[in-house]
Design a protein around this ligand. Structure first.
Ligand code: GRF
Length: 233
């Protein structure tokens, strides 16, 4: 059993390395790349994408949400972007919900999935269908403070430098290869809201920048170290 598990993990790791080195992001035709944004809450990162890259390098063709009350849905509606709610309670299990969501995104021709404050974990089958084309924004300098309440974790630890990471999503929690990171020194910070206020503008510039790089086909894994994502100008 142990041996089989080990072989499975090894095979998965090899497959993962192979997609990273063969990353072919971007729009082949020069047309805006069709992308989806997954949200759960306020949607300020969705708004940043709508204001900066939507209708330019990319076309946001789908907004998927796991909560019917998320203010992010109103932002999509204001821009006439099709939105759909995939509530966990409407499906037998997480897997069926993710299959339904992936089917909808596939129907809409999505080539990149952007997690912008999406609070649910995606099943491996979803990630396989959008292999190498799911990215996330996280309010810490990964690998420090992955998972929920990253800012609170960082404050609790007593760090003086905070930051934002945009990374590819793999099957782990905030563990995929880093695309962009930016730090900010806040040596006296005590309050999560104060840190969040400082990180917001960074998120709102870093996430569109990563989407732009992906859409231009400027991202690839360094063959010597596929975890290292090279951003070509
Ligand atoms: C952001 O802080 C993002 O880093 C985290 O969730 C938050 C989403 O905020 N993953 P919003 O819904 O985009 O305003």
């Amino acid at each position: 059993m142990e041996g089989n598990m080990g072989r499975l993990k090894h095979a998965r790791a090899l497959a993962y390395v192979s997609w990273l080195t063969s990353l072919s992001s971007g729009s082949v035709s020069g047309e805006p790349l069709p992308i989806a944004v997954l949200v759960s809450g306020t949607g300020t990162n969705l708004q940043a994408l709508l204001d900066t890259v939507h209708g330019r390098e990319v076309e946001i063709v789908a907004v998927a949400c796991d909560s019917p009350d998320a203010p992010a849905l109103e932002r999509a509606a204001r821009f006439g972007v099709p939105a759909a709610v995939f509530e966990r309670s409407a499906y037998a299990d997480r897997e069926s919900r993710d299959v339904a969501m992936a089917d909808w995104l596939t129907e809409r021709g999505v080539r990149l999935v952007v997690l912008a404050g999406y609070m649910a974990l995606l099943c491996p089958s979803f990630l396989e269908r959008f292999e190498g084309a799911v990215i996330n924004v996280h309010p810490s300098l990964l690998p420090a403070f992955p998972g929920l309440r990253a800012i609170e974790q960082a404050l609790q630890y007593g760090v003086k430098v905070f930051g934002v990471t945009v990374h590819f999503v793999d099957a782990g929690v905030d563990s995929g290869p880093v695309i962009l990171q930016r730090a900010i020194e806040l040596p006296d910070a005590r309050d999560p809201d104060e840190v969040l206020a400082a990180l917001r503008p960074i998120e709102h510039s870093l996430l569109p920048e990563a989407v732009r790089l992906f859409a231009r086909g400027s991202l690839r894994g360094d063959p010597d170290n596929p975890r290292r994502i090279v951003c070509e100008p």
